[in-house]
Design a protein around this ligand. Structure first.
Ligand code: DC
Length: 220
């Protein structure tokens, strides 16, 4: 069977990574979480207190972002250090959304992502995968759900991690991030013309995966 590239884009907290991981397992493909790559760069900048764009750009050559498999799960690394748990905070997520507006940061990561897809057999999720990274991907999915549903999911995730989030603040954060991701000048989040939209607001995980596995089987 021919290997393909699956590009999954969509708003934050749409369950992109859960879906992408499940699909990669189903297909026997490699999964790449590009949001984690932006988050790793954001973490580097937060740790070094770098906030100016020219300084951010100047620091890029000192940064190596990679992935390791730990207990069967993919973890992102920053200059060799496993930073998977440190990048999953609201602070890093917001900083990632900000630094992802910088053209040079995007070019730096997009080039690496394109190399990862050279052999195909990859499921990549992010904001610009079907539009910029792999405009010729054989299967493009655009995931969406209402802001309230997504805020509830993020709220539950934070509670599970032992944090005490405020629902209103989480919803405001979801809306602010949507605005930034869709209005930035560089590669804003948008649906590729040939992407298939999956609104999972009212779908169970099982229903949604059934739809997605079926789409994958038909695109191979
Ligand atoms: O998917 P995520 O929440 O982990 O992504 C964090 C931020 O990174 C998100 O707000 C926008 C940015 N991002 C991006 O601009 N392009 C991508 N391909 C992936 C993420």
């Amino acid at each position: 069977m021919n290997k393909i590239i699956v590009a999954i884009d969509g708003f934050s907290s749409c369950g992109k990574s859960t879906i992408a991981k499940a699909l990669a397992k189903y297909a026997g493909y490699t999964y790449v979480d590009t949001g984690a790559m932006y988050r790793a760069i954001a973490l580097y900048m937060l740790r070094k207190h770098i906030t100016d764009t020219p300084e951010i750009v100047a620091a890029l050559p000192k940064i190596q972002v990679g992935f390791v498999l730990t207990d069967g799960a993919q973890h992102v690394t920053l200059n060799g250090e496993d930073v998977e748990s440190q990048i999953r905070t609201l602070e890093v997520g917001n900083r990632a959304s900000e630094i992802s507006t910088i053209k040079e940061v995007r070019a730096f990561l997009v080039a690496q992502q394109q190399v990862m897809g050279e052999q195909k057999g990859i499921v990549m999720d992010g904001r610009d995968i079907g539009t910029v990274v792999f405009p010729k991907a054989e299967l493009k999915l655009f995931l969406t759900a209402t802001p309230e549903v997504r805020a509830q999911r993020r709220f539950d995730e934070l509670v599970e991690k032992g944090e005490k989030p405020d629902f209103k603040a989480v919803l405001e954060d979801v809306n602010a991030r949507d605005y930034r991701d869709t209005h930035r000048a560089e590669s804003p989040l948008r649906q590729a013309e040939d992407a298939i939209v999956v609104d999972n607001s009212n779908l169970t995980r099982e229903q949604q995966m059934e739809v997605i596995y079926d789409l994958f089987d038909r695109h191979q």
